[in-house]
Each structure stands twice: as C-alpha cells, then as structure tokens.
Design a binder for this molecule. Sequence first.
Ligand SMILES: [Zn+2]
Length: 144
Amino acid sequence: MTVTQITETMAGVGGLPPYRSGEDPWTTDEVGELQAELEGDAARLRREISVAETGIADLLRDSGEGAGDDQADAGTKNFEREHEMAIANNAREMLQQTERALARLAAGTYGVCESCGEPVGKYRLQAFPRATLCMSCKQRQERR
Ligand SMILES: [Zn+2]
C-alpha cells in the first residue's frame, strides 16, 4: 500500500492521528506537544551522535599515534572506542525512528499501525511516540 492510499483512507479526522475506541480523541495541542517532544529528541540525538563521532575520531587518532602504548592502554582505548560506537549506533537508530515518526506526522499517516492499518492507539503513542505498530502486532512480532 502506498503512503497516499494510507493518507486518504486511514488518517484521523481533520488531520489528527487516529485513536482506538475507548480513548479520547487527539487534540491539536496534544499532537503539537508530541511533535515538539519528537523534534526535541531529534535535536538531542543529532548532538549525541556528533559528540560520539568526535570521540571516536579522537580515539582512532590516538590509537594511530599510540605505537608506544602498552597493552593495557591499547585495550582501554579499544573498549572506549567500542563504547562510543555503541552509543552512536543506538542514537542513530533512535534518530531514524524519531525522524520517521515526524515524517509520518507531516504526511498524516502517524498513528496508523504499519502492519494491520488499525490505530496504534493514542495512549500507547503518548507513552511511546515512536511506536509504528499497535500493541497486538508488536506482541506478535516479539513472539516470532
Ligand atoms: Zn497492528
């Protein structure tokens, strides 16, 4: 299914994300808050990634110059580098999810389960703004 089709058939009324039965409808303010939170996260993650990348570059340069290092020193640097890389990778993945959520908000497909097309659920999104699957699809995916 193309994005256009989802927008036309499943987006919430009036451009607001869909919600599940039993939940209160979204208000413009709530969507604005969620968007601001996601944008704040994206900015923070971009900073974290650039800090981690600078750290990795420094460590790589140090290890190049560190011909005189003893074994223990080299081990510590490897460990630090792997640690920085893990931080950068996590942040990149998180940033990707955040940007995807923002793109879906802009496209009017935010809050539609990517698997079954049902609403992800307002309360779930307020707890996990990056969620792209409804609870039952998420649970099915985790069991696989
Ligand atoms: Zn689903």
